[in-house]
Write a new protein. Structure first.
Length: 302
């Protein structure tokens, strides 16, 4: 839908902006043998991994898929197991597709930029092709190559070789970046084509179904907010003796010290029976205790 396309575009733009700021303020190649590769790959891969995890965590479908499913799957019959597995795979594919937007954007932009790749791969370039430092040992050659990303550390006689090596590495990095973009675009396009081909609904019927699901979720959220508020209001009324927000309050209830202690503290979701849970300590108190105790009349003229 349009919302998904807009959301993905916003995520991609924010990732590009974040990558540029991240590179400008934090990236500085160490230009040292053995450290360039680790440093460059860390800046290339670790942020992408973090963005992938954040993408999974921020998707509500992830938590809908995993929350409370352990006990649910234990009750699934063997006849429905295959259908459940197919559904889980489909939802995981959808979640993964959304979660990959930011990390793939990060990888593509950083590869097109080339700085991380140049830093990581500089010491592995066959520099003898450029006639630079032909009479030095392999370790000394690696040390010289490792300094290429830092122009101020390169001897003047190697400036031309350095420029050619940097151009070669940037070329490789940018080609890899555009290949990543091309593979992703083709994969997404083919995925949508296959999903449309195997859809049991026609084009207009699919649009109607999408609209229905969207409206149902909005109405369900509104009903959830109102229902939970009304349900919680009954328990608060029982504890304090009046409905919050009422303009005509005749009396209020004075909770006892034991009651204050009963609703204070920390609590987990508590199972009452096969079908119901206690959502909070106040909920548990309201279901178990009678609202006896001291009541105080309210002077309406005060």
């Amino acid at each position: 839908g349009k919302e998904v396309v807009i959301a993905n575009a916003v995520i991609a733009i924010l990732t590009i902006g974040g990558q540029q700021l991240f590179s400008f303020f934090t990236f500085s190649c160490p230009c040292h043998v053995g450290q360039n590769l680790i440093y460059g790959l860390a800046f290339l891969g670790v942020p992408a991994l973090i963005l992938l995890i954040v993408g999974y965590a921020l998707n509500s479908q992830t938590w809908r898929l995993v929350t409370g499913k352990r006990s649910h799957f234990e009750k699934v019959t063997s006849s429905n197991q295959l259908l459940k597995c197919k559904l889980v795979c489909f939802v995981l594919s959808s979640i993964t597709g959304r979660a990959l937007v930011a990390p793939v954007t990060w990888l593509a932009v950083t590869l097109i930029n080339g700085s991380y790749y140049v830093c990581a791969m500089s010491e592995y370039v066959p520099v003898y092709y450029y006639g630079a430092a032909p009479n030095v040992t392999a370790s000394e050659r690696s040390r010289i190559l490792a300094t290429f990303p830092c122009g101020q550390l390169v001897p003047p006689e190697l400036s031309r070789a350095r420029d050619e090596v940097i151009l070669l590495l940037r070329y490789q990095s940018q080609v890899a970046g555009w290949l990543v973009i091309a593979v992703v675009v083709i994969t997404v396009f083919l995925s949508y084509c296959l999903a449309s081909c195997f859809s049991p609904l026609s084009f207009l019927h699919f649009r109607y179904w999408s609209s229905y699901v969207h409206n149902e979720q909005e109405l369900f959220d509104e009903a959830t907010e109102q229902h939970s508020r009304l349900y919680a209001m009954q328990h608060v009324k029982k504890f304090f003796g009046f409905v919050p927000g009422s303009e005509n309050v005749k009396e209020i209830r004075i909770p006892s010290l034991r009651e204050w202690q009963a609703i204070s503290g920390l609590a987990f979701l508590k199972r009452v029976d096969e079908e119901h849970y206690d959502y909070s300590l106040l909920h548990d108190w309201a279901l178990k205790e009678r609202a006896n105790g001291k009541y105080l009349r309210v002077d309406e003229d005060s």
